[in-house]
Design a protein around this ligand. Structure first.
Ligand code: PRT
Ligand code: MG
Length: 215
């Protein structure tokens, strides 16, 4: 149906930080996914609904047109590719930094200078591989799905590549950031076919988001 819109969001920080943007476009969800556990959330506008998916799955739902647009972190877009998606806006929300971190006391500079192979645990193998290749550092990448901070503590890896916002998780686990890879924020991603067929519905929302973030 070209008269309805489906918006893909992940719950947690992206949902919370998107609420003010949705409000600026006149869209108010009828429920909070944290409480209701529903995966399809109605809004105050009968023709607009939200779907709640894993953060890393947002580009997939949008690419296949199961959602008309969504909001995804640059970490997800760089790692899994944002091909086939129109990415009109950096929303400047859910900001953090992609960093290399090691155990406090581990001499990272020495280890990389000495040319030894580093074991790096991460949820972002493509980003990590590219980063270390560019530096000429040899690494064995160990793919994890979460809680990367644990890996150096139990000898799974020498280093991790992970997102850092406050730095509290690193500190609590006696890790330290040693290298900045890239600044991360979330982007609006739009299905290209939907942008054409539902332009009259989507364009005003992009405009409202754009005004809200430049305020
Ligand atoms: O949690 P889940 O496994 O379902 O998926 P996810 O972790 O990908 O999703 P979610 O909702 O946690 O994150 C969604 C998006 O938020 C990510 O794709 C990032 O673009 C963005 N974002 C912003 C962050 C953070 N800040 C962040 N701090 N995502 C994760 N973190 C984690 C980080 O991995 C680390 O474990 O928070 C921890 C560090 O936080 P500090 O504040 O202690 O430094
Ligand atoms: Mg998470």
């Amino acid at each position: 149906m070209s008269s309805t819109l489906t918006i893909a969001l992940s719950k947690g920080r992206i949902f919370e930080e998107t609420l003010p943007l949705l409000a600026a476009a006149g869209i108010v969800p009828e429920e909070n996914p944290e409480q209701s556990r529903k995966l399809i959330i109605a809004t105050n506008l009968p023709h607009i609904r939200l779907i709640i998916v894993r953060a890393g799955d947002v580009p997939t739902y949008v690419r296949y047109g199961a959602a008309d647009f969504g909001i995804a972190g640059k970490d997800v877009l760089i790692e899994h590719g944002g091909e086939g998606l129109y990415q009109p806006l950096d929303l400047n929300i859910a900001r953090c930094r992609m960093m290399v971190a090691v155990r406090q006391g581990f001499d990272y500079q020495q280890a990389t200078r000495a040319g030894q192979r580093l074991r790096v645990a991460t949820k972002y193998p493509a980003i990590a591989a590219e980063h270390f290749a560019a530096k000429g550092v040899h690494v064995d990448i160990i793919k994890l799905y979460g809680s990367m901070e644990l890996a150096p503590l139990v000898g799974l890896s020498d280093a991790i590549v992970d997102l850092v916002s406050t730095g509290n998780t690193l500190k609590a686990n006696h890790l330290q950031a040693v290298e900045h890879i890239v600044d991360i924020s979330s982007r609006l991603v739009v299905n290209k076919a939907a942008l054409k067929t539902k332009y009259a519905l989507i364009e005003p929302i992009i405009q409202a988001f754009s005004r809200a973030i430049s305020e």
